[in-house]
Design a protein around this ligand. Structure first.
Ligand SMILES: Nc1ncnc2c1ncn2[C@@H]1O[C@H](COP(=O)(O)OP(=O)(O)OP(=O)(O)O)[C@@H](O)[C@H]1O
Length: 296
């Protein structure tokens, strides 16, 4: 259970003890299971980014205890003792390409490992491996990262995070601004990585289709607390509750909600409701087969 993440009564206040103090997390209690994909959803301003910035200790709790990668973090944790944690937890922030800075692609990806006292030779080996994984071809390694396309820059920045070989990978809307194909291929890359390396993946997203398709577990945040936790099927089961929280259903479920009342056969079926487009297609084919049997 070393990579299970536990928030125990965690609160966080920006600018504490000043007139600008803002309480953003309020007594958060939650567990993120290890070796699974957990999606964090919630209306804008619900505290998702603040929550995940605790995972690699960019922020420390104002109160309460966070356990991550086997380390306990509180308001008084010493900075120096938390360095190993920064290697174990990689965070891909929104628009990570903004953090590129080295003169070449390869140097940018080697920067993290070199900072953790890994030899130049080994850092180079890791950087090449991660660049291949994110789909950056070798002829771009010596180019300036600033000469690449936006999508390529993002992949280089992600390779830089992966180069630390984190055990927990946190993604804050990693595909924001990408076109649908870029979005799909990047999400599939992360999910392949999760499945082949068995890392713990935490995904902050507004895209309910991704939650339905990729997540094992969903955490719903509202006003700085967790208001629901469960599988996608459990969280999406109550459409009116989601609506109250200003969250949407995955497309396949919205489609079903629109036609369900007209599909007596479907309503009679004991099948679980489809969450994804693939499941919806299977569901409709079963209904069609059912109708044909009835008519026959
Ligand atoms: N540096 C900061 N100083 C003061 N308040 C902040 C700071 N960063 C965030 N906040 C406030 O904290 C609250 C939660 O912000 P946060 O970015 O964690 O929400 P979010 O759920 O990630 O939102 P979004 O979906 O829009 O990214 C917001 O009210 C925001 O204004």
């Amino acid at each position: 259970m070393a990579n299970q993440i536990i928030f125990d009564q965690v609160s966080y206040t920006y600018n504490p003890n000043t007139p600008f103090a803002v309480d953003v997390l309020n007594n958060v209690n939650l567990t993120i299971p290890e070796n699974k994909v957990t999606a964090i959803v919630g209306h804008t301003g619900s505290g998702k980014s603040t929550l995940i910035q605790h995972l690699n200790v960019l922020l420390r709790p104002t109160a309460g205890t966070l356990t991550v990668a086997g380390e306990k973090v509180t308001a008084t944790s010493e900075h120096a003792t938390l360095k190993p944690l920064r290697k174990k937890v990689g965070v891909v922030f929104q628009f990570p390409e903004a953090q590129l800075f080295e003169e070449s692609v390869i140097k940018d990806v080697m920067f993290g490992p070199l900072n953790f006292d890994i030899s130049e030779e080994e850092a180079m080996r890791i950087a090449k491996e991660k660049l291949a994984l994110v789909g950056i071809p070798e002829h771009l390694y010596e180019r300036s990262p600033f000469d690449l396309s936006g999508g390529q820059m993002r992949r280089v920045a992600i390779a830089g995070v992966l180069a630390l070989e984190p055990e927990v990978l946190v993604l804050d809307e990693p595909t924001a601004g990408l076109d649908p194909l870029g979005h799909k291929s990047m999400m599939e890359m992360f999910i392949d990585l999760q499945q082949t390396t068995n890392i713990t993946l935490v995904l902050v997203t507004h895209q309910m289709d991704d939650v339905a398709k990729y997540a094992d577990n969903v955490i719903v945040m509202e006003k700085g607390t967790m208001v629901k936790n469960g599988t996608p099927a459990e969280v999406f089961a109550d459409a009116s509750w989601l609506d109250q929280k200003q969250l949407s259903l995955p497309q396949a479920m919205s489609f079903m909600a629109k036609i369900d009342s007209q599909l007596d056969v479907a309503m009679a079926m004991t099948e679980k409701p489809p969450l994804t487009v693939d499941e919806l297609a299977d569901y409709l084919l079963k209904i069609k087969a059912g109708i044909q049997v009835e008519e026959g």
